[in-house]
Design a protein around this ligand. Sequence first.
Ligand code: NAP
Length: 283
Amino acid sequence: MQFTTLNNGVAMPLLGFGVYQIPAEDTERAVSDALAAGYRLLDTAAAYGNEEAVGRAIKSSGIAREDLFVTTKLWVQDAPAEDNTRRAFETSLNKLGLDHLDLYLMHQPFGDVYGQWRAMEALNREGGTRAIGVANFYPDRLIDLIVNNEITPAVNQIETHPFFQRAGYQDLMHAHGVRIQSWGGFAEGRNGLFTHPVLAEIGEECDRSVAQIVLRWLTQRGVIAIPKSVRPERMAENIDVFGFELTDEQMARIATLDTGGSLFFDHHDPEVVSWLAKRRLDV
Ligand code: NAP
C-alpha cells in the first residue's frame, strides 16, 4: 500500500474501502472481506447507517488498531452545533466500538459549519480524532473555512472520477495543504464508465481492467480513492493497482474525458441544499 502524508504529519493509505449504500445487514461481511483482501482504510458515515456493522467487522478481524485508518462523517447538526457535534462524534465512536478515529469529516458544507468545525478542532486537539477534514466543499467554502479557523482541513472528500476530474481544484487544495479524496471514483458506473472505449483501450494496453485503470489514474495523481464493492473478487481487483504505471500519454488521454461537472448533484443548487440540510439524524 502507498501512503500520503496529511498536513499534520499523519500517514493515510492512498487507497481504501467505502461502504456507502451497503445495507447495514451486509456491511459486516463486506468489511470483513475487504480487510481480508488487504484494505486498511475504511470510509463510513453516520448517515450511512452502518457504523455498528463496520465496528463489528473491525473487532472480529483482530487487526491491530494502529494498522487501521478509520474515517466517519458528521451529518449536518442543529444549533448549538458545538454540543451536538460532540454528541454525534461520541455516538459514532460508540457504534464503531473505537476509542478514537483517524479522520472525522464534516459531511456537507451546510448548517452551522463554523460551530461544527470548532467542535471538530477541539476533538482533534483532545486526541479524539487524529485528523479532521471536510467533504463536498467547493473552493469558495473551503477557502473561507481555512482563512477563518485555526486548523486547516487535512482532507476534502469530493466527487472525483474520469468525467469530473477536479485537476485545477486539486492544485488549489494542495497549495493550501488539503489532500483530495475521491468519492464515486467509478462514478458509480454512470456514463458507461466500465465499458468506456478510451478506458477500455488503455486497459488492453496495460492488461488491466477499466476499474484498475481508473484507480491507478486517481492514485497516480495523488488522489486518495475509496472504491466500494460488495464482491470479494472486485475488492481484490480494486486494491491491485500499485504494480503498474500509466504513461503520460495515457494520463493525457484520460484527461480528455473530463466534462467539468457533477454526475450526481450540484451543491450550489438551492433544492439540493434544502434537501440535504433538512435531513436530520437522531444522535
Ligand atoms: P463507486 O466506488 O464509484 O462505485 C461503486 C459501484 O461500482 C458499485 O455499484 C460496485 O458494484 C461497482 N464496482 C466496484 N468495483 C467494480 C469493479 N472492479 N468492476 C465493476 N464494477 C465495480 O461509488 P460510491 O460507493 O458512491 O463511492 C465510493 C465511496 O465514496 C463510498 O462508498 C463512500 O465511502 C464515499 N462517498 C462519499 C460521499 C460524500 O458525500 N462524502 C458520497 C458518495 C460516496 P458492486 O458493489 O456490486 O461490486
